[in-house]
Design a protein around this ligand. Structure first.
Ligand SMILES: [Ca+2]
Length: 413
């Protein structure tokens, strides 16, 4: 309550003292932390939000001295949603097994708990269901995965460290997100905490994971990661916590070891992460090049000390080119570094490297609070002969305001 009151007062003070200036805040190089919760199978969107809310409440309570706590968000895993009814997924999971096998409730539970051997012909359908639920969308559907990646990358590219706290099948999505994050800068900013992991692996070797010895759902998955923590549950405890698997009632049981382990892993995992060196949008100086369907247009930046940054020299003295797209559309970015940016004049250009007809380059420049968007007609591809004389887009002068320390930019087309 004290924290909320303090933050509310601070915000109010900020609003009163800065007024309209809030909407014109100049770009900065500040960074922060984001925790994305990814739910397991058979979870409604309401439950997924509750999982994130509980994680946030417990984290804030456990770390009252953090002046800038992480932001908590949800990446909703919709797989199995049709079975979820808001009462906790594992009961529905048992019902699916009962429907598929004709078993009564008590025998279905006993077999899933390995208290009773599963006879053929039931063994195959039960293990098939267990495996199917665990790896359902083991290749998560591309649309949902892309949506998740976009959300994660948006925060990473703005300079945040991002931690995926995944429960149960949500770890398969987290693994896919990590596997698809091949950019080394983004990868260094991205981590994972695995909870109840129904998989043999985690994508990063340094990932923390917590799985209850009493989690009967994970125990029934033959290829799951080993268990790490006991909450000391009785059989009655286990059954009332939807087989020891539910995120809130089993794993976030207040004052039990699993909750402490999860909160500690969430806090400590950020220490191993490094934000991207040149956040876009809020970095000091960023150039973005896009174009059409022709294969290859290249971004060129000449830095104040003469360093020519382009596809053949992607690291400059003051910044870097993130990628050389050679198949169409872009984007290619030049990001000036928050710490190494040079004052002086930068020359921005483009070269139409390869293609079979006229093309148009769109270049967006953001420097301090100044910005410019230009379209540059590209009549004919010039190959390497254009590398040293790219078509000029703009001259950008970077200065540092000696009163505020902020970067200021002036852009001349
Ligand atoms: Ca290119």
């Amino acid at each position: 309550m004290l924290r909320l009151t303090f933050q509310t007062l601070s915000l109010l003070t900020l609003l009163l003292t800065s007024g309209l200036a809030l909407s014109q805040t100049s770009p900065s190089c500040s960074t922060d932390r984001v925790v994305f919760s990814i739910n397991g199978v058979l979870t409604s969107d309401t439950e997924a939000q509750q999982n994130s809310d509980v994680l946030m409440e417990r984290y804030l309570a456990a770390n009252p001295s953090e002046t800038v706590p992480p932001r908590f968000k949800v990446l909703y895993n919709p797989s199995g949603k049709k079975y979820a009814r808001g009462a906790g997924g594992a009961i529905d999971f048992i019902e699916v097994i009962m429907q598929q096998t004709g078993l009564g409730l008590s025998r279905a539970i006993r077999m899933v708990m390995s208290l009773e051997p599963i006879p053929e012909p039931l063994n195959t359908p039960i293990t098939t269901i267990l495996s199917a639920v665990a790896v359902m969308n083991g290749n998560p559907d591309a649309g949902t995965l892309q949506r998740m990646l976009n959300g994660v990358n948006a925060d990473i590219d703005q300079g945040s460290k991002v931690l995926l706290v995944a429960h149960s099948q949500g770890n398969l999505w987290a693994n896919s997100i990590l596997a698809l994050t091949v950019d080394q800068h983004r990868r260094a900013a991205l981590g994972q905490v695995g909870i109840a992991v129904p998989d043999t692996r985690l994508e990063k070797s340094s990932v923390s994971h917590v799985t209850l010895t009493e989690d009967l759902v994970i125990r029934a998955v033959p290829f799951a990661l080993s268990t790490t923590t006991s909450n000391g549950y009785s059989l009655r405890d286990i059954l009332t916590r939807t087989m020891g698997h539910n995120f809130i009632s089993a794993y976030m049981d207040a004052k039990r070891p699993a909750e402490k382990d999860i909160l500690a892993a969430t806090k400590s995992s950020f220490a191993a992460l490094t934000p991207v060196p040149n956040p876009s949008g809020q970095g000091p100086f960023t150039v973005t090049l896009t174009w059409g369907a022709q294969p290859d247009v290249d971004l060129h930046v000449f830095e104040p000390n003469g360093t020519h940054v382009y596809y053949a020299r992607q690291s400059g003295a003051a910044g870097y080119l993130d990628v050389d797209d050679t198949t169409s559309f872009g984007p290619e970015h030049y990001y000036a570094s928050c710490t190494r940016i040079l004052t002086g004049e930068y020359q921005v250009g483009v070269n139409y490297y390869s293609g079979n007809g006229p093309e148009v380059a769109t270049v967006f420049i953001q420097a301090g609070t100044a910005s410019l968007s230009r379209q540059i007609p590209l009549p004919v591809a010039r190959g390497t002969s254009g590398d040293n004389s790219p078509l000029p887009v703009a001259r950008v002068t970077i200065q540092r305001n000696l009163t505020t320390g902020e970067i200021e930019g002036a852009i001349v087309p």
